[in-house]
Design a protein around this ligand. Sequence first.
Ligand SMILES: Cc1cc2nc3c(=O)[nH]c(=O)nc-3n(C[C@H](O)[C@H](O)[C@H](O)COP(=O)(O)OP(=O)(O)OC[C@H]3O[C@@H](n4cnc5c(N)ncnc54)[C@H](O)[C@@H]3O)c2cc1C
Length: 618
Amino acid sequence: MFSRPPGAGRAAGIMFETCAAMLGVVMAMTLAYAASDQDCINATAWSESVIASLPVDPAPKVDKSIISEADFIVVGGGTAGAVVASRLSEVSKWQILLLEAGPEEPRGTMVPAFGSIYKDNPNYEWAITVQDTPNEKSGDLNRAKMLGGQSVNNGMVYIRGSKADWKCWEEAGATGWTAEEALRYYKKSENNLNPDIAKDARNHGTGGLLPVQRMPYLDNTSKLIRAAFKEAGMKEVDLNGDASEGFMFAQNVMKGSKRFSTNRAYLSQQRALRSNLKVLTGATARRVVIDQRSKRATAVEFTDTDGKTHVVKAKKEVVLSAGAIFSPHLLMLSGVGPADQLKAAGIPVIVDLPGVGEKLMNHIGGMVHPTINLTKTVSLPTPASMMNDIKLFSEDSGPLSTQGPSKVRTFERSPYQPANDKRPYLQWEVTRSSNGRTIPACSGTSASASCYYNQVKMTLVLLQPHKYGSLKLNTTHPTEQPVIAQAVFTDKRDVKIHARGVKDMVERLQGSAALSDSGAAVVPPSAGSACSKEKAGSEEYYQCVLLATGGRTWSHQSGTCPIGTVLDPRLRVKGVPNLRVADAASFPCLSNGNTMAPVIMIGEKAADLVKADNGENV
Ligand SMILES: Cc1cc2nc3c(=O)[nH]c(=O)nc-3n(C[C@H](O)[C@H](O)[C@H](O)COP(=O)(O)OP(=O)(O)OC[C@H]3O[C@@H](n4cnc5c(N)ncnc54)[C@H](O)[C@@H]3O)c2cc1C
């Protein structure tokens, strides 16, 4: 319906697309109105009308034909895999095959206000269950299954972590992964679109494929949170520059008002232009075929959406970029991993590598939320205001282009962390929620937050917990998902650091004139009567509340095939020299911040390592 008419020139095509899209908006908004009264807006019709307003992408070059061999096979077209495949295909004499289990990226992902809109949608998500462990009833783990991987469906925040992270990498044996080297690749990937930040050319790049910018619109609550944090003595800084502490309205992977995944940034145009880059979606790798005698990866076995098995020969190398859960799983299914687990599952051992899945690193946070109830800075949406939001969105502004105060990130040291560790251990996240006044048709959908919120919840994330989880082969059903156990507040030091952080923040917010002047009420976390024996507001009280309410791991799983025990510093699997792992699994140390930016950096450097090892100048 919205495709360009045959033979139309570019300008005419764009006009046609715009008009067709606006027609779609009007039709869908009519549906939303029909199902709405003053307080109740049909969220599904609303979401559809927003999606209909998006510019039409050129149709991706979809070629379902199977090839029998390629020079390089990249498994997993996610955050890192899209980068690796794209960069390798710059060498036109090489044939690159990218295998992605999920489908093409859908268009709705471009709307920042929709957040992780495809979370829990079985068409675009792996269903992964996690073991219950003390202090955490884990339930499920969200992993995107589509081209672009988690970069399509995450919080978009672009945070590189601490420059002091690289000391830990060096100590783990990651020779050559220094702060300066990482910066080189961050800058290579980055197209920083905010001039006030981009002018710091030592720390930022503007020529890369990845658009990075702040969300273009600040709502009133965001301005209020900024005022409260400044009042609390926090400095507004560029957390990807020289400062490692302070707060920031984070930059995100986006351009104008739209999200960019690594698929959109690195693959969509390249696929259309490069005949040596073949992308197969719906292609689930089952194992890497490794020759028992030579210990070389020779092929990848995968199944298509009809369940048919194919084997593609790898003439040079295989790169696993299937993420922190599936890269180690694929290694084990291919005979590389802890020998005891492989033998118990009946998988012939090719290389005994006990480090595969031995640790599953992750940030942890408490379900202990200081909350700010809002009154003056929020207003209920109306059909007219929502229509206006769509107009603003098409002009690269307005509420649909933002996630409001959810983009605030703070990094601070804890008085209880080791004094010689330069990484700030505490990160506060702010999320929007709705309490008391809900709009029935808006609640329970991903679009709800873009409809209305009247509360912000603060969540403290511990960036360097003292305990990690693990990932093991399911030895009775090895092809099923691995057995995943995370670790949450099982170390007393973590409980102490977290509780003190919550106490300090509550006290600062309660003393904020900016908040009280705007009618906002700060509600400290509580666990009902469970902690009534402790003095309210004391560190012991918040420790009790934390243990009573429990915590959870973040979505930053990493380190399941780390450099050091599993990979050499060139990301090659020890004992299988033409097989590499390049994604969040490769981290030897937990990044001191959100993980997408470091994963993209790894993808960039991985491609250069592969090129250099195969005779190309980089
Ligand atoms: C809900 C959520 C929100 C987040 N928000 C942020 C944020 O705001 N900022 C941030 O920095 N980080 C965020 N993260 C974390 C970050 O997105 C991830 O750490 C990062 O994207 C992981 O990249 P990856 O390449 O390792 O894996 P992925 O991006 O998950 O890519 C792996 C790909 O491999 C495919 N695959 C897996 N197995 C196979 C197979 N057998 N055959 C073929 N293909 C396969 C998958 O379908 C997927 O596309 C978030 C994560 C989640 C879950």
